[in-house]
Design a protein around this ligand. Structure first.
Ligand SMILES: [Zn+2]
Length: 273
């Protein structure tokens, strides 16, 4: 199994970090988690793309995690040679999001259907809304979901992917909570979006202070990993941006409460299990 951090950014535009998106390669499948800014550019960099995505999973509907969902839908529709369902799994509200996205794309779909004789059908998107428990278990890949806590954003979920005797957790945006603990129990790799609260607190911007109460701090991510016997913590979506030369400080802050391996992910980092 492989985990590739396609995009490790936050909502703030960063020339080196695409929006939140993580690729999990398991059982010969490409599983995409979230669709942030430039997800398809980063996917192309590792030789995959909308035609190859087995399933697209969403953790929640904050804009930075779904900005390029429309691109994924459009390009999967245009690039596949015949009507092919795009499978999207997400929290309750995902069907509405997809319906609204298709409404937004209606004119574009019309242009392309009018122009391409071989494209006389609209995108086929199959949505499964999930809350808690088993999502799927086939082809040697078992995926479970649990509710997370990113209040007041509701609902939000995290995922656990098990294959080849290994377990990976894609947590999304969340503070520590019971659902996250269940996902992380004994996991080999835990990918968590983080804020560095010690730095954020020094920045006099009220809107930035607001992010503190609904994301895991580095310390909280480390504590979640420690409490649940995780082997490797992968921090992503760093807020604020990582000042050059301070990378080790982020890692040390997690390592102060967690005995396992810690990584601060960059775009296109690959973790092989
Ligand atoms: Zn969020």
């Amino acid at each position: 199994m492989q985990v590739i951090t396609l995009g490790t950014g936050s909502p703030i535009p960063d020339p080196l970090r695409a929006g939140p998106a993580t690729l999990v390669r398991a059982g010969g499948r490409d599983l995409l988690f979230d669709c942030g800014r430039a997800v398809l550019m980063r996917a192309a960099a590792v030789g995959t793309g909308p035609m190859s995505f087995h399933t697209v999973f969403l953790t929640h509907r904050h804009s930075d995690h779904i900005t390029d969902l429309n691109d994924v839908i459009t390009m999967q529709w245009v690039m596949t040679p015949g009507p092919t369902p795009l499978h999207i799994v997400g929290p309750v509200g995902t069907q509405k999001l997809v319906d609204n996205t298709l409404t937004m794309l209606a004119e574009d779909m019309g242009y392309r259907i009018d122009h391409h004789e071989s494209l006389q059908y609209e995108p086929t998107v199959e949505v499964t809304e999930v809350t808690d428990g088993l999502v799927s278990d086939d082809g040697g890949v078992r995926i479970t979901v649990a509710p997370t806590d990113h209040s007041p954003v509701r609902p939000t979920v995290g995922y656990r992917i098990e294959a080849d005797g290994k377990a990976v957790v894609i947590a999304g945006d969340t503070v520590p909570c019971e659902g996250l603990d269940r996902l992380c129990a004994g996991a080999d790799l835990y990918v968590q979006t983080v804020v560095r609260d010690s730095v954020v607190k020094m920045i006099p911007a009220p809107r930035l202070q607001d992010v503190l109460d609904y994301h895991s701090s580095i310390t909280q991510a480390g504590e979640t990993a420690q409490r649940n016997g995780v082997k490797t913590l992968v921090m992503t979506h760093p807020v604020p941006g990582v000042a050059p030369g301070t990378e080790q400080e982020w890692i040390d802050e997690a390592a102060a409460v967690f005995d396992g391996e810690v990584a601060l992910a960059n775009d296109l980092d690959t973790f092989t299990l």
